[in-house]
Design a protein around this ligand. Structure first.
Ligand SMILES: *Cc1c(COP(=O)(O)O)cnc(C)c1O
Length: 481
């Protein structure tokens, strides 16, 4: 743009003081702080100056009213929480991208209670002096898993890092080549090993590892034998895996500690829900493994955390590693984790009170009922604008657990008449609240398994709203009968 024209536009931009004195901005200042509002004003003015330089500004945009409009929009956008609740209609229960395990209100309430008050987080009430934050978990964890001691950190990746860094820094850790896992979000055993300062000693082959492979790898510099649960994949066919019992035996013979990275941290037998592959924490501890590590927010169904449970002597060493301070869990997590463990102690069937387990346990009839309700309200909402059918589908446990187990259940499948399924998926995803669905061929699919509270009642309206929005965009008029 010619210099002179830009100059004249620059001179038309209203001053900050002038803008701040406008009634609409004054209204914002009743609720929001001056620095916050001022920063929005300056942000909008800077954008306008940049756009004048580029020659892409209309004069009405720099008029006082137009500028105030833009500031209002900017303030509103800044105030919308970016982290939001959403509806998980994917049927993947422990969905890592969608926040893994939701907590029950009882557990969440404990977090609120602790968060809004002082607490004995690191205070020993008996002794009247400084205490340890992990002490609160010890007795409960011992009752539930049989472990002598426990140390909880920020997540399981941190737990593995801390264990390796404490027990094997500068020394060798033996791991089977069949267990060199990668978990989503770039957690890889070889790389965690390097980070911890331990030296990875791979043994065996991808599909077959024998006890003698471990035994032959042991030397003076061996510090630990590590078993890693192949949470998110299975090796099938011509295979040989060294069992926990065999590893414990080898560890004892050679006076070496053994550890298992369990991943999920399941405390209940899932075979009651038709799932059987997942080993429990207490089983592994009972078999004599010295240390196990697992996540708080996978099958345990609690907040994000990493738990190290096992022999006191080893756990104590980890607790005094300076890394433990850097990786420690916060009081809100501790409150949520303790409350989650209490649910296991309280109920005969934790599947009743731990939302993630409850969703896994949901029965076919209940799910079908819900699917039918959704589908019949959809039919009356959408009429001939979409084809709605119920199909059998398969959800997943998720969170990198039980990769070969399907959670069989019904899905409500919606095929819009006038636009594509992916257009509907996007409108639902961008809606308020967002609804995350699955698209398969021409259908958008809703798996009722992972719907919480009253979401099954909400969904038909949210879908109808998305239809109206898309029809509006496409200029399709629809006459309701
Ligand atoms: C999930 C998983 C991890 C990582 O746990 P986070 O809690 O996500 O940090 C580590 N090891 C195994 C075997 C896992 O399944």
């Amino acid at each position: 743009m010619a210099g002179s024209k830009a100059d004249s536009l620059f001179s038309l931009i209203p001053s900050v003081d002038k803008i701040l004195s406008q009634p609409r901005i004054q209204d914002f200042l009743v609720v929001y702080s001056l620095p916050f509002v001022k920063s929005a004003v300056k942000g909008v003015l800077n954008e306008l100056r940049d756009r004048i330089k580029k020659g892409s500004v209309e004069p009405n945009e720099i008029a006082l009213d137009g500028v105030v409009d833009q500031i209002g929009i900017r303030i509103q956008l800044n105030l919308v929480p970016k982290l939001c609740r959403l509806v998980n209609a994917t049927g993947v229960v422990v969905h890592t991208n969608l926040g893994r395990s939701p907590l029950s209100t009882r557990v969440a309430q404990r977090i609120v209670d602790i968060a809004t008050s002082y607490s004995n987080l690191e205070y020993d009430l008996e002794q009247g002096k400084r205490g340890k934050r992990n002490a609160h978990l010890k007795s409960l964890m011992k009752e539930l898993t049989g472990a002598e001691s426990v140390l909880a950190v920020n997540n399981n990746a941190a737990a593995v890092l801390l264990a390796l860094g404490t027990l094997a820094k500068g020394r060798e850790v033996i791991v089977s080549r069949g267990e060199l896992i990668e978990i989503g979000g770039s957690f890889r055993i070889p790389e965690v090993m390097t980070q911890s300062g331990a030296i990875l000693k791979e043994v065996g082959a991808t599909n077959r590892t024998h006890p003698r492979d471990y035994e032959q790898a042991i030397n003076d510099n061996t510090a630990l034998i590590l078993k890693v649960h192949t949470s998110n994949y299975r090796i099938v066919g011509f295979t040989r895996e060294v069992s926990v019992e065999e590893l414990v035996q080898i560890g004892k013979q050679h006076d070496l500690p053994t550890m298992m990275d369990l991943g999920s941290g399941c405390l209940v037998d899932l075979s009651a829900f038709g799932l059987s592959e997942e080993v429990t924490v207490q089983e592994v501890i009972a078999k004599g493994i010295d240390v196990v590590s697992f996540s708080g927010d996978k099958l345990l169904g609690g907040p994000q955390a990493g738990v190290l449970a096992g022999k006191k002597e080893l756990i104590d060493k980890m607790a005094v590693n300076p890394l433990a301070r850097a990786l420690r869990m916060d009081k809100l997590t501790l409150a949520g984790l303790e409350a989650t463990l209490q649910e296991y102690a309280r109920q005969t069937n934790p599947a009743m009170s731990i939302p993630a387990l409850a969703m896994i346990a949901r029965g076919m009839e209940e799910l079908l009922d819900e699917a039918r309700q959704i589908s019949s309200s959809l039919e009356s909402e959408l009429q001939d604008r979409a084809q709605v059918v119920i199909e059998q589908g398969a959800g997943r446990v998720g969170g990198g657990a039980l990769p070969t187990s399907d959670l069989i259940g019904p899905r409500v499948c919606i095929r819009p008449r006038d636009f594509s399924a992916s257009r509907l998926e996007k409108a639902l995803r961008l809606g308020s609240p967002p609804v995350i669905t699955i698209v398969k061929e021409d259908y958008v699919m809703i798996d009722p398994r992972t719907l919480l509270d009253n979401q099954a009642q909400m969904i038909p309206q949210l879908i109808a709203k998305a239809f109206e929005q898309i029809q509006g965009q496409l200029g399709i008029k629809y006459q309701r009968d």
